[in-house]
Design a protein around this ligand. Structure first.
Ligand SMILES: [Zn+2]
Length: 365
């Protein structure tokens, strides 16, 4: 038992042990034994050294693997590059190469701002994927996972999602190129600290559509989303399928996500109302407006953040406010709490790491 070894040793041999432990050969053993060892050595005078030794050991591991990766550039067999011609659709071509439907949809979403998959992807277009081969030696992506897991382990909350989302043996493409004949678009896999997979362009910018939570600068929530409330105007109990955000009349109202205006006009109760079909299953409703933005009409495309109208009190409203609804698959959800697709920004450190991956995989495309 380590306890016996250490408790019978002198202070000198304790230090010798620590020096030995700092050589990377012993690192794995040290890390396994760390809790017991720390407790035991704390009996000696130099009781904070083992903690340092443990940390040094851990960083030695990371350094060692980084050096391994740097000194042995990834051999070709570590990765495979697969190419398919688009004969029918992108998802069909992607599926042919072993990409599952959810990943194909994620890739399509990541390029949604730049590429119209129906219009731009004609027969003859080509898709190219870089995959990591099974049982391949450690590579940049494996390092990412190692770091992710190490950091997740220190954050118990994140650990669960990391273990489910970041299985290092999954087969997500590391890099993707879609060539339409005229132009090509690249995407690169990146996992955030929770291990969640995202695809970014080489510049690290995400083009995935996202939602903002609030459509205006409001002063207060004057009425909450509720399955049943006494309507202040009709004096009947009914569901309040949105949230009322009080704001001075004339306050600009912004689209919370890009989409297509399906209705802009007058409806009983709502007064002047705009309805937008956003991407995916999402749609949004903006009611009691005093007026619409210029040129806003049914069929118009709107961008996230675009001013679509102005706060008023048209329809059944007791004062100026925006009645705002978010529907997911036609079911009204609480706009203040509903899960919304968000863009995942990268920290400076993540960006640096991502740039290394781009530099590694871009030449393979
Ligand atoms: Zn309302």
């Amino acid at each position: 038992m380590p306890k016996l070894v250490l408790s019978t040793s002198t202070g000198f041999s304790g230090k010798a042990f620590i020096v030995a432990a700092m050589s990377t050969a012993c690192t794995a053993w040290l890390m396994h034994q760390a809790p017991t060892q720390s407790a035991d050595v704390s009996l000696h005078a130099s009781d904070d050294i083992p903690a340092h030794a443990t940390r040094d050991g851990a960083s030695a591991t990371a350094t060692q693997s980084a050096q391994t990766a740097a000194s042995t550039p990834p051999a070709a067999p570590a990765y495979r590059v697969e190419t398919a011609q688009v004969t029918h659709s992108f998802s069909e071509a992607a599926t042919k190469l072993g990409v599952d439907a959810a990943t194909a949809a994620q890739l399509a979403r990541a390029l949604a701002g730049r590429l119209d998959f129906r219009r731009d992807l004609q027969p003859g277009s080509e898709v190219r994927f870089v995959f990591r081969n099974d049982n391949a030696p450690a590579d940049a992506n494996a390092q990412t996972n190692m770091q992710t897991n190490a950091q997740a382990a220190s954050q118990p909350v994140a650990a669960t999602s990391a273990s489910t989302a970041a299985s290092p043996d999954d087969d997500l493409p590391l890099a993707v190129r879609i060539s339409t004949g005229k132009t090509s678009h690249d995407l690169f896999l990146y996992r955030n600290l929770d291990g969640k997979a995202f695809y970014y362009g080489a510049d690290g910018q995400s083009n995935a559509p996202s939602f903002t939570r609030y459509p205006l600068a409001y002063t207060r929530v004057s009425s909450a989303f509720s399955p049943n409330r006494l309507d202040p105007v009709t004096h009947r109990w009914a569901a309040h399928e949105g949230v009322d955000l009080a704001a001075p009349a004339g306050t600009p109202v912004h689209a919370t996500a890009r989409g297509t205006v399906t209705f802009a006009g007058w409806e009983t109760g709502y007064g002047r109302v705009i309805k937008i079909k956003n991407f995916g299953d999402y749609s949004t409703t903006f009611a009691h407006l005093s007026r619409f933005a210029k040129s806003l009409r049914a069929g118009a495309q709107v961008r996230t953040g675009q001013v679509i109208g102005y706060v008023g009190s048209t329809g059944w409203a007791t004062g100026p406010h925006l009645h705002y609804e978010v529907h997911v698959d036609h079911v009204p959800k609480n706009p203040l709490t509903v899960a919304l697709p968000q863009r995942s920004g990268m920290s400076a450190e993540e960006k640096e790491h991502f740039a290394q991956q781009v530099a590694q995989f871009e030449p393979m495309l």
